[in-house]
Design a protein around this ligand. Structure first.
Ligand code: GDD
Ligand code: MG
Length: 322
């Protein structure tokens, strides 16, 4: 058993315009918010209580996830008035967990924009077997510059934490899922802006505390850019397209390119939809042609519209840089 904190408070600047009306973790990927994919993974790993550490557009999480009972866990919400950074957010969210009574129950922290199929349960076992203060999921990537670069020694012990460096010393990066011993949280000051990557991890390593890297090369993706979000959605779809419940698709409509359709989507005659992400309660008019478009919830696309690489909602139409 374990408890969790999910970091969902970033601005998602690199995802604009997709994040104009929704925080990045609530963007749909294969029909479900990124956060929901993570909640399902957390549940599989035996996490019974999860705090969503929210800041930007915090109000959209509660109506969707409620008390968490739909997912068989307890979901709580921590709200930062001003973003506290990753470390400050973790410390703030931890206040909602009954730390004094956790005993040695590990705390699992997730970046809110990562799709990962690694085994969180195995990461926890590794953490406990090493009596670590912190255990970081690490993954090898070709270009480590945009990530936290994490060299380890032969035993898997982390020897440095180097956030976003120009000349990475290793291809092994921080994959954004950590297991913490509760004592680590005492090291983070409450109510201050703190970066877990730039401050807490380097300080832990420098002070000689046991910080370990858990290497697992399962499917992994940071959906932090529009191209990555589209890829993440396609990767989760095995058929030509995926539609959630309540959709009505005219038999003459063509839906291809691993498009995803949210709940209650209506597609009229002779429409074509290729490599698109479509939210809930969307209506696509007759003869509409959409390619690599992101259609936000509740939009009505007028008949005959031809559009590619655009974000469309009831309020906004903007190009997407894919
Ligand atoms: N609550 C809260 N408050 N959440 C925050 C804040 C904040 O002030 N700042 C960032 N977050 C959340 C973001 O929403 C995201 O889910 C997560 O923290 C990580 O922030 P990103 O902005 O996505 O960071 P990144 O992708 O550049 O780098 C991070 O992830 C990489 C792996 O994807 C770092 O952890 C890197 O070390 C790591 O390699
Ligand atoms: Mg990110």
């Amino acid at each position: 058993m374990a408890v969790g904190i999910l970091l969902v408070g970033g601005f998602g600047t690199r995802l604009k315009p997709l994040t104009s009306e929704s925080p990045k973790p609530m963007l749909p990927v294969a029909g479900l918010p990124v956060t929901e994919h993570q909640i399902l993974a957390a549940k599989r790993a035996g996490i019974h209580t999860l705090v969503l550490a929210t800041s930007y557009l915090s109000e959209v999480f509660t109506p969707y996830f409620g008390d968490g009972s739909k997912w068989g866990m307890k979901i709580l919400y921590a709200v930062e008035k001003e973003p506290l950074g990753t470390g400050g957010a973790i410390r703030n969210a931890a206040q909602m967990l009954d730390l004094a009574n956790l005993g040695d129950e590990p705390i699992v922290v997730f970046n809110g924009d990562v799709l990962s199929r690694h085994s969180i349960a195995d990461q926890i076992k590794f953490h406990q077997a090493h009596s670590a203060d912190a255990t970081l999921h690490l993954i090898e990537v070709e270009d480590a510059r945009a990530f936290g670069c994490v060299p380890t020694d032969q035993e898997g012990r982390v020897t440095a934490f180097l956030e976003k460096m120009e000349s990475p010393v290793t291809n092994s990066i921080n994959a954004g899922c950590y297991i913490f011993h509760p004592s680590v949280l005492d090291r983070i000051p409450l109510g201050e802006v703190v970066s877990i990557e730039r401050q807490t991890f380097p300080a832990l390593v420098e002070s000689g505390r046991p910080v370990f890297g858990y290497q697992e090369q399962a499917y992994w993706l940071d959906v932090g850019t529009p191209a990555a979000l589209f890829k993440g959605s396609r990767d989760l779809i095995s058929d030509e397209f995926h539609a959630m419940e309540g959709s009505t698709i005219d038999p003459t409509a063509q839906i291809t390119g691993k498009s995803s359709l949210g709940r209650n989507v209506t597609v009229a005659a002779n429409a074509s939809i290729d490599d698109c992400i479509i939210g809930d309660n969307v209506t696509i008019g007759e003869g509409v042609h959409l390619s690599q478009c992101f259609i936000f919830h509740n939009a009505a696309i007028p008949a005959g519209l031809h559009q590619s690489r655009h974000y469309l909602s009831t309020a906004i139409t903007e190009p997407i840089n894919l």
